[in-house]
Design a binder for this molecule. Structure first.
Ligand SMILES: [Fe+2]
Ligand SMILES: [Fe+2]
Length: 406
């Protein structure tokens, strides 16, 4: 890699896939803000105002260890109200109904619609020219003296790690969306969420099969992803489940899938990613459409609580997924590897572009500018405000459906 060319190429190419029509939205909320004492805060208050990085290097280098790694079941305590609604009028919420009808005719079969006869996945992952390998390696620090064979192994492990985290995240989405079926008060949203549960089961299935049969390597859940999923799943408020999963986690995943679709040389992974992206675009749209209504009448304190939640989740997602388990498994120094990747220019640009879906969607919800623009200021510090004019997923999801060419 020379100079900034890979970063520019990554950014330019991604814009072609990810940038929508550039529609902008007026945000009408301008409430005064105040701090809620009930926020499920993940960082101390003092750190919140100035945090631009997610914890110490020791914290970033943490991995799942001990009994947690060996356990097959993880028990997350949660408590929320299961809501019946006796209002069965279908289509009262027109956009949700449209999404539901779309989902019903967009189901696919992970066993029969994917061409699993395509082979060569391990060779592709080990290929030094695979553009996706540039994101998980470096020429500095512990990476400086690696042999080509060792780099190839890192490529294989890195691809297995990334797709393993997708698989674990998909299971998180499966559990969160099942919870939304239970806890959301609107029949149109329950109907739609039920289709998403099926989508997520299919996504877990497809990544599990690819990892087991094609890459022949699988990694445990990244501890930071696990903590984030625990937080989202255990919050009793249904809108926090939506906000954490549909807006933040799936918003970031949608951007990451866009990279994978664009840059993966493996036709099988491209095919899988295309199918998954069509579903995920609907999922993010589901969050945007639902929360747009739910957030119309929030108090200033409630708005601020949600802004802080989004910011903390954003920081955690941006800085903490550094392939820690790969370095641990390969016997490399985890802390040093994380330190190098945390400051690698290509990685920095990649992580910034992961916000391309999140920012316009939070703007659409009014959370970017509500109150004193607390979140706008924080996102400005992260350098991701340029995405605010990009099309929100509530509008662009139809362009990402299977029948539409990307
Ligand atoms: Fe999914
Ligand atoms: Fe999803």
């Amino acid at each position: 890699m020379a100079g900034n060319e890979p970063v520019q190429k990554l950014s330019q190419n991604y814009v072609e896939v990810g940038e929508g029509g550039g529609s902008s939205h007026t945000v009408d909320e301008s409430e005064e803000t105040s701090r809620s004492t009930t926020s499920p805060r993940l960082l101390p208050p003092a750190a919140l105002a100035t945090a631009s990085q997610s914890g110490s290097i020791e914290e970033l280098a943490r991995t799942v260890s001990g009994p947690d790694k060996a356990a097959l079941i993880r028990d997350v305590s949660t408590s929320f109200d299961s809501l019946f609604t006796w209002d069965y009028e279908k289509g009262r919420r027109e956009q949700l109904n449209h999404l539901y009808e779309k989902a019903k005719v967009s189901q696919w079969n992970a066993e029969t619609d994917i061409d699993w006869s395509i082979s060569g996945q391990i060779d592709s992952a080990r290929d030094p020219d695979n553009p996706l390998n540039q994101l998980g390696s470096s020429q500095e620090g512990p990476f400086a003296s690696l042999t080509p064979a060792e780099r190839a192994t890192i490529g294989h492990a890195g691809m297995a790690w990334t797709l393993s985290q997708f698989m674990h995240g998909e299971q998180g989405a499966l559990l969160c969306t099942a919870k939304i079926v239970d806890s959301v008060p609107w029949i149109d949203a329950k109907y739609y969420a039920a289709t998403q549960v099926m989508d997520e089961a299919r996504h877990v299935e497809v990544y599990a099969k690819y990892l087991r049969d094609k890459l022949e390597w699988e990694f445990p859940v990244n501890v930071h992803l696990r903590d984030l999923l625990d937080t989202v799943l255990s919050d009793p408020r249904w809108d926090f489940t939506y906000l954490g999963m549909q807006i933040m986690v799936e918003g970031l995943a949608l951007a990451a899938f866009g990279f994978q679709y664009q840059f993966s040389p493996d036709p099988l992974l491209k095919q899988i990613t295309r199918y998954v992206m069509a579903d995920e675009a609907r999922h993010v749209a589901f969050g945007v459409i639902s929360l747009k209504e739910a957030y119309r009448d929030l108090s200033a304190a409630e708005v601020r609580e949600r802004q802080e939640f989004c910011y903390e989740a954003a920081i955690r997602m941006r800085d903490r997924f550094l392939q820690q388990e790969v370095w641990e498994t390969l016997g490399m120094p985890v802390k040093e590897c994380c330190e190098v990747l945390l400051h690698n220019p290509l990685q920095l640009e990649f992580r910034r572009l992961l916000f391309s879906k999140i920012v316009p969607n939070l703007k659409k919800l009014g959370l970017l500018d509500a109150g004193d623009g607390w979140l706008r200021q924080r996102f400005g510090e992260l350098g991701v405000l340029e995405f605010e004019a990009w099309e929100d997923t509530g509008a662009e999801y139809e362009r990402m459906q299977l029948e539409a060419p990307l």
